[in-house]
Design a protein. Structure first.
Length: 199
């Protein structure tokens, strides 16, 4: 069974429910954007330290996820696109302006008590946002991971790349992302109108 993912409209609705001017709105927005553009598990996301994503010059080009943080004890390298790097810059700026530590060993995501965010916080955040956005899909932090994987598979068709980015040991695990939905089938057949001769 193919996991449910979010389309562009659902992503916009979800993210637009966040209010950047609220006390932690900017942090939460940047956190979800980073999740969407890296495919991290929620435990990996909240486990990030500043040094994993940034150095003294700013956001890194790649996220070198250590084995100790990755599920299954298998680290991996995830390239950071411009959107992900902008999200990291936003998080660091937020932390600095709020008086939260930005030293290399500091947690990237912290609560008002300067403690690392919990996975439960992110789960509750997603639950609240999906209710506010009135989404039909039961969107969870893992839905963001599936959305990332599906987009990579759809754009590039390289399951080995999806496997490496998600940190799965077996290729069969990511074969679910080869699923083709009805809209894609309709679009594929529609192109025949221009390529096949008409009676």
């Amino acid at each position: 069974m193919n996991p449910r993912t979010l389309n562009a409209y659902e992503i916009r609705n979800l993210l637009h429910t966040l209010t950047p001017r609220s006390p932690f709105g900017a942090r939460d927005l940047a956190m979800l954007v980073l999740a969407l553009h890296t495919g991290l598990r929620v435990s990996e996301l909240v486990g990030l330290d500043v040094s994993h994503v940034a150095n003294s010059q700013g956001p890194r080009q790649t996220l070198d996820l250590p084995a100790g943080l990755a599920k299954g004890g298998s680290g991996r390298i995830i390239p950071l696109n411009q959107v992900a790097r902008d999200a990291i810059a936003d998080i660091l700026s937020f932390n600095q302006h709020r008086g939260f530590p930005v030293a290399p060993g500091a947690p990237l995501f912290v609560n008002r008590r300067h403690q690392r965010l919990s996975t439960r916080y992110v789960q509750r955040l997603m639950e609240a946002l999906r209710n506010q956005a009135d989404l039909d899909v039961h969107a969870t932090p893992h839905t963001l991971r599936h959305t990332f994987a599906s987009q990579v598979a759809r754009k590039h068709g390289n399951l080995r790349a999806v496997q490496a980015l998600l940190g799965h040991r077996r290729l069969a695990t990511v074969e679910i992302y080869t699923h083709v939905d009805r809209q894609e089938l309709a679009e594929a057949v529609a192109t025949l109108e221009q390529t096949l001769p008409q009676p």
